[in-house]
Design a protein around this ligand. Sequence first.
Ligand SMILES: [Fe+2]
Length: 594
Amino acid sequence: MERTIENLRQYIRAGRALIPADTLILHGNLVNVMTSEIYPADVAIYQDMIVAVGDVSAYQGPKTKVIDASGSYLVPGLIDGHIHSECSKLSITSFAKGIVPSGTTCMVSGLDEYISVSGLEGLKEVFAEIKQSPLKVFWGAPYKTPYTFPTSTISCNFNPEIHAQVQTWPECFGVWETVREAVQELDEDTLGALSLSYKNRLPIFGCAPMARGNDLNGYLCAGVRLDHESYDHQEVVEKLRKGMHMVIRESSVTHFLAENIRAVTEVNPSLARRVSFCTDDVTAKDLVEKGHVDHLVRLAIRAGVSPMTAIQMGTINSAEAYRIDHLVGSISPGRIADILLVDNPSSFNVQAVIANGNLVARDHKLAYDLHAPKRSSLLTSELKCKPVTAKDFEYRVSLANGRAKVLSMEVKGPFVRKRRDVVLDVVDHVVQPDTDQDVLMVSVLERFGINGNKSLAFCSGWGLQAGAMASSAAPDDNNLIVLGTNAEDMAFAVNHLIKEGGGQVVVKDGKVLDFFSLPVGGIVCDLEPGEVAQREDEMNGAARLLGCNLPEPLMYMFFLPITAIPDYAITDVGPVDCIALTTFDPILELVEHT
Ligand SMILES: [Fe+2]
């Protein structure tokens, strides 16, 4: 995406057919997302740029390659408008292998999980990895990290001083995931980041689920340009009418497309050009089985949107929302040559992918070997926790023996935790977890070598009858989380992850049932998407052997530290009441034996 005087000179000459094109795509039908037309047109590419569309015969030279697109439609490369690729447990290289063959050539991301574990220097290493992949990432600088209230511990706290530095980087295209609560509470650091974005003319990307009325007005007065989370189509309509771009989220966990798209299919079709798509969090299994943004295009068509409109939502609408339409989102002269060959706009089967001017995928497979780069210790260093003992997971109270009334955080779905009051035995000053009542111990351990924080609380809903499970991939902080039926297995699980340098583990009676290594930052790996999908299935199978009957046991566990999920969470600073935004004491009452 570099535009030096010298390469501009070359691009302009190539555009005027004064130097021959590197590649011509001939005989295809152009899906022109700018004008909503479809017509036969050829395309000329010079280096990574589209230099001509239409009659390109003047652009052919003796060394020009020709791609025959007879019978295919030419569609711009697809854009995922908001994604945390790290949540898939795939490294950037592996993620590119998962999404580029299905047509996604660009994504907008904060890469915030990488920042939480490896800071700005680790982020630079990820930028280098992106450059050697066929994928383009339009990076948004997180408005502030950590995202938690109260503030938890991560390796890099994003603040206005860091924003002053990174907002001038060429990789930076906006301010990422600015949550409504931070704006509403007039958080000083958040306002500092937003104020700088005005100076640097960067768009502010939002995150304001359920923001309506005056709250939405106040939020918009901060300058937020778009949002990717609306719970129903009326919310979508209100946000559109108030000038926002809407990015419909269809993640592996939350499926909003069918409901949100009603803003277009039922309320007003004219709203469509300011609506686009994102996946936010997606599993390797879904990438393998369903596809990526191409799947969302097909879903929208099935919901009653015309193929042209659905394709615009996956391309130009996103590019305009994120102010990158001069670079991507359409097949026009001057744009980066990201072009898909598609069988038909209605069935939308991606046959081949050209990214940055190169044919990179055919028939849903990368057309060349892509290898992960060698990584420095920034992304491969060990978990910096001290080994633990069972005592670390014993909840000790002043009462020697008796009963404790306890607030247990009960999981009701991946994104809902409710209060459940239970009465547990106290034996020798230790509150006892109770499998009969489905009450486990849960702990988060700070793992960046900063303060050695360890929290401890009670949780329900997993149904474990034995053992423990732990993960160093746990967004957004990615501290080490462990839950279990007994302190010994919890300590064993944590020590295993420390010894192995990160990943996920399921243990029972001092034995490892299964371990999934995540050597890159303790959060992702370089396996193929299909292998990761299989490993996740196996890990969930191991959790089921402990008695867990949740659909995705490890995923439900690793969302526990997110304080944006109501009503309860746990971070390294303690169990958190996500409504009051404070830590709380889970012991409600101690009663002596009578
Ligand atoms: Fe997000």
